[in-house]
Design a protein around this ligand. Structure first.
Ligand code: HEM
Length: 443
């Protein structure tokens, strides 16, 4: 569908800056943590498709127009860096994480990881997800209120242990790694720890000391697993991502080091857990508040059709995108939306604002899965997974997980909403439903 609004990319004088949000810095920073969406909505209504937020150490140039987002996602990796923007995650993920690297080093790690999530691998992974989801759905209490997130987190954790680490679903090592992973994920989800990392710097001695007790058992378990797996015969035939990383070679024939493998494993665990679990929670929260939708999903789940299920997942990620923005740091001068940005500037494509454009999505605030029957997700207008050379590596995997879990839950009955609409709260780096998506199976 065409974007009808006027183009934003009118050339402007080189010194002109985007209009500024005129609230005190501290208020803007507080709002980013507690009332982000209303601040973005108000700023766009008042200032238009490009505006500047002042967050103390940083100024963000927020972009809400698809043309501007296209300019960001298609610019070379030497001009805009994403690694710096993700730096707050460095303590847990480690310096070799694909999320934190840029340019050649980023591309090297990305290419080593990408084959793990595509083609035949994805079909095998989907079968694993199905088995895990069905087991978890049996544990959902019938007739009682439950939080989708509680169950989707259990599923996401088990999926990671099997798909990424390749540990069997029972056994001492599986349980030990599971407990260490869960502990780390719950620990880093706390907003206060993120704020502390932001203020002191993720690589400061104090922050590293704070993280040590929670990372130590996880790292010990991961290095033990890496050492054991390396000596196992038939690594090439195994489907898990750890085994693939152990056998992967870059363009120069170099294998990954143990530390690189550890950092990428933790990256996949962190990037793939909370995001998918939250996306499912929001999607069910919206679905059950839209008359007829939950019944329709249930009916489709009893057949081999998946059109409606896919549309529901796409619409859930549009209206409640989980990550509301992505961040890029300018390293070479670049013109975006007519403005000249200089090295050091930060540009922030707003997933949240683009997904709510009436010119792209008529009745944008309504949850309407049907809109996807005759509209394909646009590269620069449906961006829950970001874009360009940084687009989410787990995109196909996450969509498969969402659809598989939704079908498994819907097969068990028709869900209905409980209580008032859920507000958005910040959990770790995600925008999450305050009660985790509370629902119950209709009698
Ligand atoms: C619904 C679930 C998910 C959402 C909404 C999501 C969203 C995102 C977003 C917005 C980015 C940043 C893109 C950018 O900067 O342009 C990203 C990056 C990434 N995601 Fe996901 N993600 C999800 C699931 C997953 C899963 C399941 C995995 C892997 C198991 C994963 C692994 C990654 C990795 C490794 C990156 C870094 C890519 C790079 O920097 O090159 N994500 N994701």
């Amino acid at each position: 569908m065409e974007v009808k609004e006027p183009q934003v990319a009118q050339p402007r004088p080189p010194t002109e800056r985007p209009p500024k949000v005129r609230k005190p810095r501290a208020v803007q920073a507080w709002k980013l943590a507690h009332a982000q969406n209303s601040m973005f909505d108000e700023a766009r209504a008042e200032l238009g498709d490009v505006f500047e937020l002042n967050l103390g150490r940083n100024k963000w140039n927020v972009l809400a127009h698809p043309d501007a987002i296209k300019q960001v996602f298609t610019s070379p990796p030497t001009v805009l860096h994403a690694g710096k923007g993700n730096e707050i995650l460095a303590t847990a993920l480690g310096d070799h994480s694909v999320l934190l690297l840029d340019e050649d080093e980023h591309m090297r790690q990305r290419k080593l990881l990408l084959p793990s999530f595509h083609g035949e691998k994805l079909a095998t992974q989907t079968k694993t997800i199905e088995r895990i989801a069905e087991l978890q759905v049996e544990r959902i209490p019938r007739g009682e209120t439950f939080s989708v997130r509680e169950h989707s987190q259990e599923i996401a954790l088990e999926v990671i242990l099997e798909v990424v680490l390749g540990t069997a679903s029972t056994g001492e090592q599986h349980d030990r790694l599971g407990a260490a992973t869960k502990h780390m994920l719950e620990w880093i989800a706390s907003g206060i720890r993120l704020v502390a990392s932001q203020m002191l710097g993720p690589r400061s001695a104090a922050i590293k000391r704070m993280y040590r007790p929670v990372l130590k058992p996880l790292d010990a378990g991961l290095y033990e697993l890496i050492a054991e797996r390396m000596t196992e015969p038939g690594l090439e035939e195994r489907d898990d991502i750890l085994s693939m990383l152990l056998t992967a070679r870059d363009e120069d024939g170099r294998p990954m080091t143990d530390v690189e493998i550890r950092d990428e494993l933790v990256t996949l665990i962190v990037a793939g857990h909370e995001t998918t679990a939250t996306a499912l929670a929001w999607t069910f929260e919206r679905l059950t508040r839209t008359p007829g939708s939950a019944a329709r999903l249930h009916e489709e789940s009893l057949t081999d059709e998946t059109e409606y299920t896919k549309a529901v997942a796409q619409e859930g990620l549009r209206l409640r995108p989980v990550l509301d923005f992505v961040i890029r740091k300018v390293v070479e001068p670049i013109e975006i939306a007519g403005y000249q940005f200089q090295p050091g500037d930060i540009v922030t494509p707003s997933i949240y604002l683009v997904h709510r454009r009436e010119d792209v999505y008529p009745q944008a605030l309504e949850f309407k899965p049907e809109r996807w029957f005759d509209q394909k997700p646009g590269t620069y207008t449906w961006i829950p997974f970001g874009g360009g050379v940084r687009r989410c590596i787990g995109f196909s995997f996450a969509m498969a997980e969402m659809e598989t879990v939704m079908r498994a839950v819907a097969r068990a009955g028709v869900l209905e909403s409980v209580g008032p609409d859920e507000k958005t709260v910040q959990r770790f780096i995600t925008s999450s439903p305050e009660r985790g998506g509370e629902v119950r199976f209709a009698a």
